[in-house]
Design a protein around this ligand. Structure first.
Ligand code: COA
Length: 538
């Protein structure tokens, strides 16, 4: 059932006559529930107005520059799956407490000001999805310092005053409520004098809620190095850029006052792809990478009205899927992949694993084949250091530490937690770390630090099934080991076929860094190590 509904501006606190600074949709666009329709910017906050329902935008009642207040009609939406009998329904978001992020009153003490979470309506424990400033940054009053995202709205919290960031009290993933201290700003002339060079003090005044990007950002693909927080973009545009792995600071804004719009991010990506195809992107195609070929000349993504062919249900892609999807797509396009297949005889190792089971249980751990694989991979990485390297332009960075990532399946999608210093840990330590990280992953509690710094990844589908697959390299790593389900197979021992437990391995590697022969040696070493773990000691 579809119905025409009026989308109105929800409760935005005490704000009145707030300018519309960006329209995120066009008439005819199909939108998901909660998708941003337009962005408002008061002198205190930037606010995205979400769609109350999935549907098709029929008419937009405002234009950029118009001012709106609570209750202003902004969009006519042909909404899907609306239960109400009324033909014109009020926007459900009107009842949602999407409060304006007014800055908290500073609690000054000797030039130090605590920046607190302002009144955010009924929301509590809202996750911080972005920290936009760093310690030492010199910020203008109203510079957005963090972005919060509830299930209803994305909100920037602006600094109430200019000064130098002295201390950050929060990190991405922390949950905050009204009154929580986010950071400490040192105000006054002394702070400004001590400010480092990456300052936004030179940004043209007057600064709105988000400091405007320098005028120079209108130049094509500038080498802007300003921190992301200084980019003049709404939360939804920054979110869009983040999900696609785009550094918003590098995107030239073409909106009013250099504001970066969604279209600017899309154009930026198109430009990057064109450069990759032309081999012109610095760092994208060194050492025999992607060169030549002109434009990618891809067909546009097929737009199909699936509902024409049968009943459908549309759901937004989970956040983890969007982020990992963007990373996987980049890695797939930019890395010339080859996959080397092999099989390891793990008959003895599996017997050993079973034998130590009770002892491991007493120690409070479960040792799975993956635990041994981590150890075997560390030994292989030590023997073949190219696999523990990363491309950095024309250089190879060889890591002298052994942090191993493992792909973990979670209800929301794939994540890769990293077990640190696997060379220094026992099999039990690794099993314990793996169980803890896998649980955190499934509970959605992994912090960014627990997913970074990996040297090499293992993706095990052995607990599920399959005989082989081609994993995608997890850049900037240069190789990833795929593991499939072990099975008893008849193996010729020179006299007869004997049943052996064989483990299929699929090693994908970046062919810019690793030759086929090296990959074959690597997997061959791995199979020998797994067949006889004493080799790991050598
Ligand atoms: N062959 C046969 N059986 C295997 C196996 C293999 N290669 N690997 C694991 N198993 C068995 C285990 O022994 C265990 O059996 P048991 O309960 O009888 O002892 C069972 O499969 C389940 O193992 P699991 O709990 O998954 O442990 P794990 O250490 O193998 O894996 C994770 C841990 C976190 C990696 C795993 O749970 C997971 O999320 N895997 C999916 C990763 C993924 O999605 N990769 C794809 C990325 S594209």
């Amino acid at each position: 059932m579809s119905q025409l509904i009026e989308v109105k501006i929800p409760d935005i606190g005490d704000f009145k006559d707030v300018p519309v600074i960006e329209l995120a949709v066009n008439p005819g666009d199909r939108v998901a529930a909660e998708q941003t329709l337009l962005t408002l910017e008061s002198d205190k906050a930037t606010l995205d107005v979400p769609s109350p329902s999935a549907g098709v935008v029929k008419e937009i009642k405002v234009k950029v520059g118009d001012t709106v207040s609570e209750g202003s009609l902004v969009v006519l939406l042909e909404a899907e799956n609306v239960a109400t009998a009324s033909a014109v329904a009020p926007a459900p978001v009107a009842s949602a407490p999407v409060a304006a992020a007014a800055p908290a009153a500073p609690a000054a003490s000797g030039g130090l000001v605590e920046v607190k979470v302002p009144d955010i309506g009924d929301f509590k424990d809202v996750p911080i999805i972005e920290v936009l400033v760093s310690v030492g940054d010199n910020i203008a009053a109203e510079t957005a310092v963090v972005t919060l995202e509830s299930d209803k709205a994305t909100m920037d919290v602006p600094a109430p005053t200019a000064g130098v960031v002295k201390e950050l009290r929060v990190k991405v993933g922390d949950r905050v409520s009204e009154g929580n201290v986010i950071l400490i700003v040192e105000t006054g002339a002394a702070a400004l004098a001590a400010a480092p060079t990456q300052t936004v003090a030179s940004v043209p005044a007057p600064a709105p809620a988000v400091a405007p990007a320098p005028v120079a950002s209108a130049a094509p693909v500038p080498q802007a190095t300003a921190p992301a927080g200084k980019a003049h973009a709404s939360p939804s545009v920054r979110k869009f850029a983040r999900e696609l792995g785009v550094d918003i600071a590098k995107v030239p804004g073409t909106g009013p006052k250099g504001r970066i719009q969604q279209q600017d991010v899309q154009n930026f990506i198109k430009g990057v792809f064109a450069q990759i195809a032309g081999g012109a992107l610095p760092g994208a195609a060194p050492a025999g990478g992607v060169t030549g070929g002109g434009e990618l000349n891809l067909l546009p993504w097929p737009k199909v009205d699936f509902a024409k062919f049968g009943p459908v249900e549309t759901k937004p892609l989970a956040r983890i899927k969007k982020i990992s999807g963007a990373n996987l797509a980049r890695n797939w396009v930019m890395i010339p992949h080859v996959t080397q297949f092999d099989k390891a005889d793990i008959t003895d190792l599996e017997a050993f694993r079973k034998a130590i089971g009770p002892e491991a249980e007493k120690a409070g751990v479960k040792v799975t084949m993956l635990t041994f694989l981590v150890k075997a991979c560390v030994a292989a990485l030590k023997k073949f250091p190219d696999f523990n390297a990363s491309l950095d332009g024309d250089n190879l960075v060889y890591k002298q530490y052994f942090h191993i990532g493992f792909a973990a399946d979670t209800p929301n999608g794939l994540v890769v937690p990293v077990i640190r210093d696997c060379d220094k840990k026992s099999v039990y330590d690794i099993a314990r770390d793996m169980a803890e990280l896998a649980k955190k992953a499934r509970d959605g509690k992994l912090g960014p630090a627990e997913m970074s710094g990996g040297c090499f990844s293992i993706s095990s589908l052995g607990g599920i099934g399959g005989t082989a697959f081609t994993p995608i390299v997890n850049a900037p790593e240069v190789a990833i080991l795929g593991v499939s389900k072990s099975a008893l197979e008849p193996v010729w021992d020179g006299k007869a076929f004997v049943p052996r437990l064989m483990l299929p391995l699929s090693l994908s590697y970046d062919h810019r860094v690793i030759d086929g022969a090296a990959a074959a040696r690597f997997t061959s070493f791995l199979t020998q190590a797994l067949a006889d773990m004493r080799r790991v000691l050598l």
